[in-house]
Design a protein around this ligand. Structure first.
Ligand code: NAP
Length: 243
């Protein structure tokens, strides 16, 4: 029987690295994206390069009916399979100080990160509970732990995601489903393009940004059998930026 992992926002950055890591661990990967089909295909090529297969699933995690329709169609096409690992990774930032933040930017960030978690997790949770085996890893942020100026929307969304991680972990632990969060600091991806890297590096004790592959190793560990007794945790990966 094939084992499946779903990575939201798997087309680029951390999501691509996580997809490759989970493929290396023996999973076939469902690569979600919203707008960048070319990059999603590159992730699928990389997954195949690891000797596994995958599928590209287009949906906007914030759109509940779209998420449900795509994942129900996948389940109907795979009646004997289920998604054993879910990585809620899709995310955006729309930074602004609160006093100037447009309402649209407040809602967009929260809809994708927090409602996206709800929409996608609810669509795949029941089979994990039935099979008494599942792993959910939520990609949060240092911003959701300490708060960052200019990111009240993003900090609220990631802080909410961390709280939801802890609550859901308690609900499903007895069914051998673990729910954890990772909280990256600054990672080299499209999301951090345009930031003043030289200045920011000086604020990080490790004096560098992290790589998507370093985050993927942590996500892979939390998805692995070795992490069966870890649940409801949020693990920072930030080069010492905030401890
Ligand atoms: P990225 O390179 O900008 O990639 C974002 C990914 O999310 C893309 O695959 C994108 O799909 C997808 N996405 C965006 N909106 C979506 C939606 N509505 N529905 C489905 N997919 C959507 O970002 P990244 O740096 O890899 O970030 C990945 C996660 O790590 C995010 O949750 C982010 O908040 C978090 N994080 C990043 C950092 C960092 O420094 N980079 C630090 C802490 C936390 P398309 O390609 O189709 O646009």
């Amino acid at each position: 029987m094939k084992k499946y992992a779903l990575v939201t926002g798997g087309s680029r950055g951390i999501g691509r690295a996580v997809s490759v890591k989970l493929a290396r661990m023996g999973y076939d990967i469902l690569i979600n994206y919203v707008s960048n089909a070319v990059e999603a295909q590159k992730t699928l090529d990389a997954v195949r390069g690891e000797g596994r297969d995958g599928e590209i699933l287009m949906f906007d995690v914030s759109k509940r009916s779209q998420v449900a329709a795509v994942l129900e169609a996948w389940q109907d096409a795979h009646p004997d399979d289920y998604i054993e690992v879910l990585v809620n990774n899709a995310g955006v930032r729309r930074d602004n100080i609160l006093v100037f933040m447009p309402e649209e930017d407040w809602h967009r960030v929260i809809d994708i990160t927090l409602s996206g978690f709800y929409n996608v997790t609810q669509a795949v949770l029941q089979p994990m509970l039935v099979h008494k085996q599942g792993r959910i890893v939520n990609v949060a942020s240092v911003s959701g732990i300490k708060g960052l100026a200019g990111q009240s929307n993003y900090s609220a969304a990631k802080g909410g995601l961390i709280a939801a991680t802890k609550a859901l972990a308690l609900e499903v632990a007895r069914k051998r489903v673990t729910v954890n969060a990772v909280a990256p600091g600054f990672i080299e991806t499209d999301m951090t393009e345009g930031l003043d890297k030289a200045a920011l590096k000086n604020t990080i004790p490790a004096m560098r940004f992290g790589t998507p592959e370093e985050v993927a190793e942590l996500v892979g560990f939390l998805a692995s059998p070795h992490a069966a007794y870890i649940t409801g945790e949020v693990i920072s990966i930030n080069g010492g930026l905030y401890t």
